[in-house]
Design a protein around this ligand. Structure first.
Ligand SMILES: NC(=O)c1ccc[n+]([C@@H]2O[C@H](COP(=O)([O-])OP(=O)(O)OC[C@H]3O[C@@H](n4cnc5c(N)ncnc54)[C@H](OP(=O)(O)O)[C@@H]3O)[C@@H](O)[C@H]2O)c1
Length: 307
């Protein structure tokens, strides 16, 4: 732990000097980009809420952060995006405690889980990365709308959404499962939904945004590209974005007057690498939301959950 000099230099030029007084909630803050985002936020004096499915792991991460930043304000909440009951409890607690939140980052995600299903029986990748975030968003946004200040609601997508397709006749790829295809679809669905949300919340205090980390070596990244690439990446680390650089999209969004519905992330090497910038939002993200949302609501309703 400890941020690199280059990161601090970049922050001094591109981010507000402090986020003191702000609360940033990060899902999946136990590792990879989520953990680095938590560190950046703590460094910039924000209070951090780590929303995680593994409380023991989260406690370990909190200890490490406190070792480096003894004054850090860090809380942990239980959230399993692969379980709608867990999402209900999580949202209920926030609502009950009237938790103040300035930034809500839906960072948690999974790749490569063939055959695994969520507690509600959905394919694990689409179920977590899209349906879980969809269900959570529908439940938490009405609460965030009541807060007396601006809120940034950021959904983490991936550049791979640019090559994804949606087929409602085989939404979960039951016929021909492919790791990249399923993951790409989950992220396209999330991007399309997020873009539509940004329009629906245009005249409210909630700014809906998207970010992406480029290509960075994390457990998820290694899962996607294989152990060989993971090991090679340690040798030629400059070829991949560091977790730290990938996490900079969040302070960037928090500090800039960027239009709702934008995607912020690296833009060099086809979006895989570099410091964050505003990316172009493609037609496949901007169209088709009505059909997607109707399909999603029906899919969730058919499992006896209401959105
Ligand atoms: N790495 C890349 O190159 C890349 C590229 C494009 C997009 N992304 C996206 O960036 C985000 C972060 O990825 P990463 O690479 O940092 O992955 P990572 O290191 O594998 O971390 C993923 C995080 O999500 C959490 N998580 C997984 N399933 C969850 C669930 N059901 N409920 C709650 N939390 C859950 C994990 O918790 P545990 O610690 O309990 O496992 C972990 O904290 C993801 O949305 C990913 O799709 C990554």
């Amino acid at each position: 732990m400890a941020l690199k000099k280059g990161t601090k230099r970049w922050l001094s030029k591109n981010a507000a000097p402090s986020f003191g007084g702000k609360t940033v909630l990060i899902t999946g803050a136990t590792g990879g980009v989520g953990l680095k985002t938590a560190e950046l936020m703590v460094f910039l004096k924000a209070r951090v809420i780590m929303a995680c499915r593994n409380l023991e792991k989260a406690e370990g991460v909190k200890e490490k952060l406190l070792g480096e930043y003894p004054d850090a304000k860090i809380e942990i909440m239980l959230l399993d995006l692969a379980d709608t009951r867990s999402i209900d409890l999580f949202v209920g607690k926030i609502d009950n405690d009237k938790t103040d939140i300035d930034v809500f980052l839906n960072n948690a995600g999974v790749f490569h889980k063939p055959g695994e299903v969520t507690a509600d029986g959905f394919d694990m990748v689409i179920g977590t990365n899209y349906l879980g975030v969809f269900y959570l968003s529908e439940k938490i946004l009405p609460y965030l709308k009541t807060l007396p200040h601006g809120v940034d609601y950021i959904n983490t997508v991936s550049i791979i959404h640019k090559i994804a397709k949606i087929d409602y006749n085989d939404f979960f790829y039951r016929r021909k499962y492919g790791n990249f295809r399923v993951y790409a679809r989950s992220k396209l669905c999330l991007a399309r939904y997020s873009y539509e949300l940004s329009r629906r919340y245009e005249k409210t205090n909630v700014r809906i945004m998207m970010n992406h980390p480029g290509i960075t070596i994390t457990p998820l990244g290694i899962n996607a590209f294989g152990r060989f690439v993971g090991s090679a990446a340690k040798v030629v680390s400059g070829l991949f974005n560091s977790n730290e650089k990938s996490a900079l999209s969040v302070p960037y969004i928090m500090s800039k007057d960027i239009k709702a519905g934008s995607i912020v992330g690296p833009s060099k090497l086809f979006g895989g690498w570099g410091y964050p910038k505003i990316n172009r939002v493609g037609k496949r993200v901007m169209t088709g939301a009505y059909e997607l949302i109707s399909f999603t609501e029906k899919t969730i309703r058919d499992h006896n959950y209401t959105v």
